[in-house]
Ligand binder design. Structure first.
Ligand SMILES: Nc1ncnc2c1ncn2[C@@H]1O[C@H](COP(=O)(O)OP(=O)(O)O)[C@@H](O)[C@H]1O
Ligand SMILES: [Mg+2]
Length: 410
């Protein structure tokens, strides 16, 4: 019999798709409801922090492992463990006493996670899915093997090999392992620029004539049920090739929206893992849709779901981990997200100029991540704006980017 707790959490029925490709449920739901699950997060940055803010609403005992005891998530968990998320022994020891584990960054030791999974610890995402995604070479090969549309590519093992691909440019060179937030991605317009590439195993992919970049977040539970959030438009500064702001829902024709949803569902079904997945896609000038990359975790493009959607991406991940029904992904109001980045020329103790002015704005929600030190480009926070009027969203995001600056104190 369902408890009233489960009834209360029941999904309102939007966008739920069923499939039979996943193994049957092996969660003992009844048992889990009666005990406080111990769940660990590998990494203590802002994603871990926001996950813990959502955890406070559920019966769960939280653990975080990170090297830095002053990290953004440290003070919000029940148990903080100092350790290296890239080290097998640290990950294994951390996870041994836990019921379930999740990650906030891909560069964790997935062998440690695989060992824990073999011993019965639930891991979100499954280590096999993480392994596919972690290395951009394997990720691209996975798309090709599953006929998921993605830019054509070749694998290069050294910089020298780029000499063979004079006909392949303009292209984008991407480090197989270790890239993050634009580091490890190099646009190469012609063979004259090939020297800018990476002298390590990488993928060289055709540069897409990008009309729009979209992110589609998908939630997948243990039964393989999925729920899609409205997609997000990622708006880039054309000069700097830097993300300016994000806006949800993305402005798409119905046909392109259906393509985006179908492709994102194909990606998560092929990954065959429960969890939250953010599929980044390109739409080119002709309306063709390509998968750029997938993150097997909560994602920057979903931060607006905290205030903007009935169940946020963070709330949703707890529902999945704790075995509760999926939440309602529908938007309460359209939203924009501005990332608050460390300003150029400032390093040291962070100070937030213009914060009072932003806090006076209506329907604007400030998230400062609590990082003590700023440096140029470091993600220090984000601001979410809600409005039924898209013009209001674009006006306010531009004002906030103009007003709010992260500098360093004297
Ligand atoms: N094949 C491509 N064609 C055009 N632009 C690309 C391509 N691949 C990447 N980019 C641009 O580079 C950005 C970063 O690349 P991405 O693979 O998403 O790396 P990261 O892991 O840093 O997010 C993308 O958001 C996009 O703007
Ligand atoms: Mg990306």
């Amino acid at each position: 019999m369902k408890s009233c707790w489960q009834e209360m959490l029941k999904n309102d029925g939007v966008n739920i798709h069923f499939n039979n490709q996943f193994p049957p449920v092996y969660y003992l739901h009844g048992l889990f409801k009666s005990v406080m699950l111990k769940v660990g997060i590998l990494g203590g940055g802002q994603l871990g922090r926001m996950l813990l803010q959502a955890a406070a609403n559920y019966p769960v005992e939280t653990y975080v492992m990170e090297n830095d005891a002053n990290c953004p998530a440290a003070h919000l968990c029940h148990h903080f463990v100092k350790g290296d998320i890239r080290n097998y022994d640290d990950v294994y020891k951390f996870g041994r006493e836990l019921d379930a584990l999740t990650i906030e960054i891909e560069s964790v030791n997935e062998e440690g996670l695989a060992a824990l999974e073999r011993e019965g610890v639930k891991v979100y995402p499954r280590p096999a899915a993480l392994r596919t995604i972690k290395n951009k070479i394997e990720q691209k090969q996975f798309y090709a093997a599953h006929s998921i549309p993605t830019a054509d590519f070749v694998v290069t093992r050294s910089l020298k090999e780029l000499d063979q691909y004079a006909d392949f440019f303009p292209a984008v060179h991407k480090l197989g392992l270790g890239g993050y937030d634009g580091r490890g991605v190099q646009i190469i317009e012609s063979s004259a620029e090939a020297v800018m590439g990476f002298d390590a195993p990488s993928v060289l992919e055709k540069k897409v004539a990008v009309h729009k970049e979209i992110a589609q977040i998908v939630a997948v539970n243990e039964n393989g049920q999925t729920a899609l959030y409205p997609p997000v438009d990622m708006v880039f500064d054309p000069g700097l090739n830097l993300l300016s702001y994000q806006i949800s829902p993305a402005e798409l024709t119905d046909t392109i929206l259906w393509k985006v949803e179908a492709i994102a569902l194909k990606v998560v079904k092929a990954l065959a893992s429960p969890g939250i997945f953010a599929v980044e896609l390109f739409i080119d000038k002709t309306g063709e849709v390509f998968v750029n990359e997938t993150a097997p975790r909560v994602h920057n493009s979903g931060h607006h779901t905290i205030e903007g959607n009935y169940s946020s991406q963070f709330d949703m991940l707890w529902r999945i981990i704790l075995g509760y029904p999926l939440g309602n992904t529908e938007a309460i109001l359209p939203a924009a997200i501005v990332n608050v980045l460390g300003d150029e020329g400032y390093s040291g103790e962070a100070k937030y100029d213009g914060l009072d002015e932003v806090l006076l704005m209506d329907n604007v929600f400030v998230h400062i991540y609590g990082k003590r030190e700023t440096k140029p480009g470091r993600k220090m926070g984000h601001v979410t704006i809600l409005s039924a009027d898209r013009k209001d969203l674009t006006y306010k995001q531009s004002r906030i980017r103009h007003i709010l600056k992260v500098v360093s104190g004297e």
